[in-house]
Design a protein around this ligand. Structure first.
Ligand SMILES: O=C(O)[C@H](O)[C@@H](O)[C@H](O)[C@H](O)COP(=O)(O)O
Length: 224
């Protein structure tokens, strides 16, 4: 793990957008199409804004989430809506978005079809991940139903996750899929998340799921 500290969050967001543009360009030198996985949440928006303005062959880029809340795209908590509004726009409008959500009460009803549509885009070439102060990443939440499956060496590509304190069911790329990405970036802000990352080193993957993706990852941190 490579920990990179920035003087402020704005500089971090711009720098990460530039690094991601380089990573995607490098990946595109050796593949016709590349796959880019991005998180939802409140942190990555400014990176998406900056990256969407970069002149890349976006029509050769598959974009998918690291995880999604099981809600329709018009729901305020939809990560799909966030990515379509702030990343797949401007010069990146031509990127191909591969959705995780499909109209069904529960993800298990459509999981096989959703996952089948992703297989052609595997493996993930470049991934950006967030992290919570509880040391979750994507939707790999400690003490959640689905975590064991999502952490398994033979896990499927997508895993449903449920936890009583989550407002909705989640669907997440499994740890093995996230960890196998060629380039891994973790984007975090604030002292609480820095402390959580330090605490994670002494814990298991079940207690601190972020540990499942840290080998070889660049962690980008700014105070605020
Ligand atoms: O669906 C999501 O919310 C994200 O994919 C999730 O994994 C996020 O990255 C962390 O929860 C951090 O969220 P913040 O950036 O809002 O702190």
């Amino acid at each position: 793990m490579n920990f990179i500290e920035y003087p402020d969050a704005d500089i971090m967001m711009m720098d990460l957008a530039n690094v991601l543009a380089e990573d995607l360009t490098d990946a595109l030198h050796s593949k016709d199409r590349v796959t880019f996985a991005v998180p939802g949440g409140t942190t990555p928006g400014p990176v998406f804004d900056a990256l969407s303005a970069v002149d890349l062959p976006w029509d050769r880029v598959n974009v998918m989430l690291t995880d999604e809340r099981w809600v329709p795209e018009d729901h305020e908590r939809s990560n799909t809506a966030l990515v379509k509004a702030r990343l797949i726009t401007n010069r990146a409008l031509g990127a191909r978005f591969l959705p995780f959500y499909a109209p069904a009460e529960q993800p298990e009803e459509v999981l096989a079809d959703v996952e089948a549509a992703l297989l052609g885009a595997m493996p993930v070439d470049v991934v950006v991940l967030g992290m919570g102060a509880d040391m979750h990443t994507a939707s790999l939440f400690p003490d959640s139903d689905g975590l064991e499956n999502a952490l398994a060496a033979d896990a499927p590509v997508l895993v449903p996750v449920r936890k009583p304190d989550l407002p909705d069911v989640r669907i997440t790329l499994s740890a093995r899929v996230l960890d196998s990405a060629l380039r891994k970036h973790v984007l975090i802000k604030g002292d609480d998340k820095k402390a959580a990352l330090e605490k994670a080193h002494g814990l298991s993957r079940r207690e601190a799921p972020i540990k499942a993706v840290l080998d070889g990852a660049d962690v980008h941190w700014a105070k605020e």
